[in-house]
Design a binder for this molecule. Structure first.
Ligand SMILES: *[C@@H]1O[C@H](CO)[C@@H](O)[C@H](O)[C@H]1NC(C)=O
Ligand SMILES: *[C@@H]1O[C@H](CO)[C@@H](O)[C@H](O)[C@H]1NC(C)=O
Ligand SMILES: *[C@@H]1O[C@H](CO)[C@@H](O)[C@H](O)[C@H]1NC(C)=O
Length: 372
């Protein structure tokens, strides 16, 4: 109904963005040259899973460089408790959320500490492509695909474009267009450091196995994800299916979960760089080196969303999209079924592969069906 007006506003926003994208195209040529230089950097990549900058150190520059920016004091934002005046209850919630955050950060720090090697190479800006920047509201959001990331991107777009009335007016496709939201990758090292030191930073995680299942369901069982079928599906089927049909080999659109798991567990099959939908949290967001103010969890999405919006000071200008009304079978309910299909041994190997994600964010191995 109102969507006529609303989507008109958002259509205009995106039309403008598309136009400027053509201009951006010209800069791609330049970037390719620069990238190929930066690529040299990759050869020295140390998995961030096992690296951690000592607390308080500057990780984009070697230690000893001048420190220009004062530290942020995230706990003293005025007006962060604005919202429905429920008095004590709201304050209690807030208090509880603070404690939850302290606990999450303590677990993370402990795991980071024990996986700390002697030498910590500085992070490069190309590793920061998942961190979305909002300079006006001084926010950094590290997006992890399959963890409420579409809705968070919608929120970040709405913050940049007040003329869009509601985040849910933005189509998922538009939300994921890479030119819509700038990432830290586009900034100079100095500008990156300034933002990391001074902005409000948050990320969201979920149970690693549930995330993998969610990625599988979305990328391999939905007819519209042709790109994934072609890029990954055909490869997975030809490598891991006995006597595949020509049809499956060509289309790659009927990958089974157990085949996807075999692919994940075979480093030769996927190479050193995992797709962002199943890459480790540590590679996407560098939580040992970037000290996030809030670590949200998909399992407590509602509370954590409220807390993030309050702490960021934007609770009164944007609302997180509401849950869809139709009841869906949740991924966590489906997980048991799928894990049974792949078998206990493979589940353990998968757990091993994502062990740091499990430990850092205090997730535990799923109860194995039949073993409760
Ligand atoms: C870690 O998770 C367990 C439940 O899985 C919970 O009992 C425990 O309190 C959590 N630890 C912290 C520090 O949050
Ligand atoms: C982690 O290491 C830092 C620096 O060595 C130390 O100050 C901190 O207490 C450690 N944290 C935990 C949870 O072990
Ligand atoms: C698949 O294609 C190959 C060559 O195109 C053909 O030789 C083979 O018989 C086909 N197999 C099936 C099961 O159709």
């Amino acid at each position: 109904m109102q969507s006529g007006v609303l989507s008109h506003a958002s259509r205009q926003v995106f039309a403008t963005m598309r136009a400027s994208r053509i201009f951006l195209g010209a800069t791609v040529v330049v970037s390719v040259v620069l990238l190929s230089l930066a690529f040299v950097d990759r050869w020295f990549r140390v998995p961030s899973a096992v690296t951690r900058a000592p607390a308080g150190s500057r990780f984009l520059f070697p230690a000893g460089e001048e420190q220009r920016t004062p530290g942020r004091t995230p706990d003293t934002q005025p007006g962060t408790l604005a919202g429905p005046k429920e008095g004590r209850t709201a304050q209690e919630d807030h208090h509880n959320a603070e404690k939850v955050q302290r606990d999450r950060k303590a677990v993370l720090e402990r795991v980071c500490n024990v996986s700390l090697p002697g030498f910590v190479p500085p992070l490069s800006t190309w590793q920061l492509g998942h961190i979305i920047v909002d300079d006006q509201h001084k926010m950094l959001y590290c997006f992890v695909p399959k963890v409420a990331c579409t809705n968070w991107k919608r929120v970040m777009i709405k913050l940049r474009h007040p003329e869009i009335e509601k985040p849910q007016d933005i189509s998922p496709r538009d939300a994921h267009e890479t030119y819509v939201l700038p990432s830290l990758k586009r900034y100079s090292p100095e500008a990156v450091q300034y933002r990391l030191d001074n902005y409000f930073k948050f990320m969201f995680v979920r149970d690693p196995m549930e995330r993998l299942l969610s990625a599988y369901i979305n990328k391999f069982t939905m007819p519209y994800n042709l790109k994934f079928h072609r890029l990954y599906g055909t490869k997975i089927i030809s490598r891991f299916r006995e006597n595949p049909s020509n049809y499956s080999l060509q289309r790659g659109d009927d990958v089974m979960f157990k085949e996807f798991v075999k692919y994940l567990l075979d480093p030769k099959a996927h190479g050193p760089q995992l797709n962002e939908h199943w890459d480790h949290y540590v590679n996407l967001c560098h939580p040992c080196r970037i000290h996030y103010d809030v670590i949200g969890k998909y399992e407590t999405l509602d509370q954590d969303v409220d807390y993030v919006l309050q702490k960021a000071g934007v609770a009164d200008i944007v609302q997180f999209p509401p849950k869809p009304k139709k009841a869906q079978t949740s991924t966590s309910q489906l997980l048991d079924e799928y894990l049974e299909e792949i078998g206990h041994k493979e589940v353990l190997r998968l757990h091993n592969m994502y062990i740091l994600d499990y430990l850092m964010f205090n997730y535990s191995l799923p109860n194995f069906p039949g073993e409760r």
